[in-house]
Design a protein around this ligand. Structure first.
Ligand code: ATP
Ligand code: MG
Length: 510
């Protein structure tokens, strides 16, 4: 059984979605139309039978009223049975039976106990007489069928039997049984069934003719998406897009999301390529310098001069340090790209961090005036203290690098609006041109890349410091912005969520 179910499941999952939808909708349509047809048939049949019952009752009433002296009334419910009948009553019953027997109906008179008192007379074309058992008579008289019953006669034809108690002086003297074939009703119902079948068949044919192409049209964008995604996967054609949808339904939104996803993939792919090429390019310069210095040492350029060999060794050491830092930065960015956010998130005392960065900035300064100004009521922040100190140090390092020796670098921290803490690093150095400002957070971007790497100053780094700072600050739920006026100075602003009622965590030494 389970295996069969599995096979069925496997089979259904292989049917194209367009067929599945067509089959499901047609199945539902068939069930609904069949149900509706059955209800119409049953209700029509019941209405016609009720009509027939009323007609037989009226016929009986007319016949009873036409009897001399009006010996009976038709009663419902029947009165108590009368034991012995007078000859006058008996002859009235015989007359009644004769009058109600015709080519269309047969009438017999039964005693209250169900035995035949007056059998049907031999009318030539009268329908087949019906004999009910006393139990059937009792059931028909007592249930809510209004004394009627549908039975099959000896020729297997359906007949409607109506039982009407005849009451004289509050006592049931007899039961009038009139039976009539339901052939007219049956014929009508057969014709109606045929018409309904034709209608259902016709409606289903129209539904098939319309549903299949309609579903096909509705699913066409899906087929297009499937084809395009396969092509993109096989050919790596990430520049390909689906045609913009005209509708704003599920398929329209799916197309938009698909295009967005491919665009993001394309950007990520390009970015990765650019990253690898920039990283190799950055590594090539120090490696070339290293190789040059080593070759000079190997061919004995120093000629035994200890000072020359030291100078070459110092140059090699600084290139190795440069490469080490670059590799560390690349590693940090890779981790951030992988989604490995800040390792720790603690409540950090901002004053402690600023003091530490201030001390380190004093050592980096080449004569610049380093100042720090932290608000007395400064809130703490939730962050990774080591990372925060590293970010601030990178920004201060930039400020020191790009500020003249008689310039000034200032660290400012205060509470901002919306429960934030604002940390600023201001300098009055050379500033950044307006056109370069939007790019300073890009990886490997340097404002003046050609000049900044020219020896011997080589003040420029690899252009990763601000990119890493931005990713790290955003990973901690904060923001970082840069404002600069070319020739006047630069301000880098960090905003972090403030926390109150804190437990202080100080950074470990970097
Ligand atoms: N305070 C500043 N004053 C002037 N220019 C700045 C300042 N800070 C950053 N810049 C410019 O923005 C560029 C990008 O800075 P970023 O810190 O990302 O790289 P970098 O300092 O060159 O290298 P790295 O930080 O990787 O050693 C710098 O090359 C520099 O041109
Ligand atoms: Mg830097």
């Amino acid at each position: 059984m389970r295996r069969m179910k599995q096979k069925l499941n496997k089979w259904t999952t292989h049917i194209p979605i367009r067929w599945r939808l067509t089959l499901i909708s047609l199945g539902l349509f068939t069930v609904l139309l069949s149900g509706l047809g059955t209800i119409i048939l049953l209700m029509s049949e019941q209405a016609l039978l009720n009509n027939q019952i009323d007609a037989l009752h009226n016929e009986a009433l007319l016949a009873v009223k036409g009897l001399r002296n009006h010996p009976f009334v038709l009663s419902k419910p029947p009165g108590p049975p009368e034991g012995q009948l007078s000859p006058a009553l008996l002859s009235s019953l015989i007359v009644l039976g004769e009058r109600l027997t015709s080519s269309n109906s047969d009438a017999i008179i039964l005693s209250p106990s169900g035995t035949v008192m007056v059998p049907s007379n031999d009318f030539p074309l009268a329908p087949m007489p019906i004999r009910l058992s006393p139990a059937e008579i009792h059931q028909a008289m007592t249930d809510d069928s209004e004394g009627s019953k549908l039975v099959r006669d000896a020729h297997k034809l359906r007949q409607l039997v109506v039982l009407i108690p005849l009451v004289n002086d509050h006592q049931t003297v007899a039961i009038l049984q009139i039976s009539t074939p339901t052939s007219t009703i049956d014929e009508f119902i057969t014709t109606l069934r045929f018409i309904l079948l034709l209608g259902v068949g016709g409606a289903l044919s129209i539904a098939i003719a319309l549903t299949f192409p309609l579903i096909g049209t509705a699913l066409r964008p899906l087929v297009e998406i499937e084809r395009t995604s396969r092509y993109i996967a096989e050919e790596r054609a990430l520049s390909m897009r689906l045609c913009a949808p005209a509708t704003n339904d599920e398929i329209g939104r799916l197309t938009l999301s698909f295009n967005q996803m491919v665009e993001q993939l394309e950007t990520a792919f390009k970015r990765q390529k650019q990253f690898v090429s920039d990283a190799s390019h950055e590594l090539r310069t120090p490696l070339t310098v290293l190789r040059g210095s080593l070759e000079m040492l190997l061919i004995g350029v120093d000629r035994g001069d200890i000072e020359t060999s030291r100078r070459l060794a110092r140059s090699m050491s600084s290139e190795v340090l440069r490469m080490q830092r670059l590799v560390e930065d690349l590693l940090a960015l890779t981790r951030l790209d992988e989604g490995r956010r800040a390792a720790r998130e603690d409540i950090v005392n901002v004053r402690t961090i600023i003091d530490k960065v201030y001390d380190q900035a004093q050592q980096l300064a080449r004569g610049q005036d380093i100042r720090s100004d932290v608000a007395a009521n400064i809130f703490s922040v939730r962050a990774d203290p080591d990372r925060l100190q590293q970010i601030l140090l990178n920004i201060v390092e930039n400020a020191v690098k790009y500020t003249a020796t008689d310039g000034c670098v200032k660290l400012v921290a205060c509470n901002g609006v919306d429960n934030t803490v604002v940390i600023e690093v201001r300098d009055n150095g050379k500033g950044i041109p307006a056109e370069a400002l939007p790019h300073v957070f890009d990886r490997f971007y340097r404002v003046d890349s050609a000049r900044s790497r020219i020896a011997p100053q080589r003040i420029g780094g690899s252009g990763l410091g601000l990119a890493i700072a931005k990713e790290l600050i955003e990973a901690q739920g904060g923001t970082i912005t840069i404002d600069s006026i070319f020739g006047q100075g630069t301000t880098v602003t960090i905003r972090l969520h403030a926390v109150t009622n804190d437990v202080e965590v100080t950074p470990q030494s970097l």
